[in-house]
Design a protein around this ligand. Structure first.
Ligand SMILES: Nc1ncnc2c1ncn2[C@@H]1O[C@H](COP(=O)(O)OP(=O)(O)OP(=O)(O)O)[C@@H](O)[C@H]1O
Ligand SMILES: [Mg+2]
Length: 231
């Protein structure tokens, strides 16, 4: 993947990367090393400049989906459906819809998929300790509460994989660790694969995540940065 802005080039290369179903993976690295870029590609939000192979098996028994082929065919409906059903995303900035209540924010993906009102939202809210806020709008919540809503929203439709981009970045370390632990425990309980970008390797390690190896290099003029990720 090549990103170019104002004569500064950023390249992300992924020679090989395999993530097993139910695995929990961490992407740790300094600001600008390409974490969000990689997560956006894995979430199929961002199409890489070129791709050799990218296969996604959403369930154990399901045949793998050829994502490169879908990209090359520019099959936006297929990609959209795949994302909607199979992927949960916790954005770096939260990304809650301000005009929806907490309940409706968490329920959003379920509603889009026509899933029944079976108490999943309420149970998630209880587990995330935000049940009392269900009828409020996000702007009346604290940052940590909002982050918990975003986590609930990413899990509510039982995706195969949940991708979280520094989901606790704007919290103090104690609150961040508490929410991260809760998030990992919930994903584990639901048997959802997790890929998470974070700065806090110490804690992420305690939670038992596998860290992806990456190497960032820069040319002498500082105009080209390249990150290579393997794992
Ligand atoms: N839309 C874009 N167009 C061009 N370059 C971009 C774009 N978005 C990001 N970049 C560049 O790509 C590189 C990687 O950015 P990315 O957002 O993936 O980093 P990051 O590791 O997530 O950083 P942070 O920890 O600050 O969130 C940076 O050098 C950034 O300037
Ligand atoms: Mg980022």
């Amino acid at each position: 993947m090549t990103r170019m802005a104002e004569g500064i080039e950023f390249r992300l290369t992924v020679p090989s990367l395999q993530i097993s179903l139910g695995e929990k993976i961490a992407l740790i690295g300094h600001s600008g090393c390409g974490k969000s870029t990689l997560l956006d590609i894995l979430a199929m939000i961002l199409q890489p400049t070129s791709a050799g192979a990218f296969r996604f098996r959403p369930e154990k028994e399901a045949p793998p989906i050829d994502v490169v082929k879908a990209w090359s065919q520019n099959d936006l409906n297929f990609m959209g459906d795949l994302r909607k059903h199979r992927i949960g995303y916790v954005m770096q900035t939260g990304g809650l819809l301000p005009y929806l209540t907490v309940r409706d924010n968490i329920n959003l993906s379920r509603q889009l998929l026509g899933m029944p009102d079976d108490g999943t939202v309420e149970e998630l809210a209880k587990n995330l300790d935000i049940a009392r806020h269900l009828n409020k709008h996000p702007d009346l919540l604290s940052t940590g509460e909002r982050q918990r809503v975003a986590i609930g929203r990413a899990l509510a439709h039982h995706p195969s994989i949940v991708i979280a981009d520094e989901p606790t970045a704007s919290l103090d370390p104690i609150a961040a660790r508490k929410i991260m632990a809760l998030f990992i425990a919930l994903a584990e309980e639901l048997n959802i694969t997790v890929i998470i970008a974070s700065h806090d390797w110490k804690h992420i390690k305690q939670l038992g995540l596998r860290r992806l190896a990456h190497r960032t290099t820069q040319n002498s003029a500082g105009t080209v940065t390249e990150t290579k990720v393997t794992g």
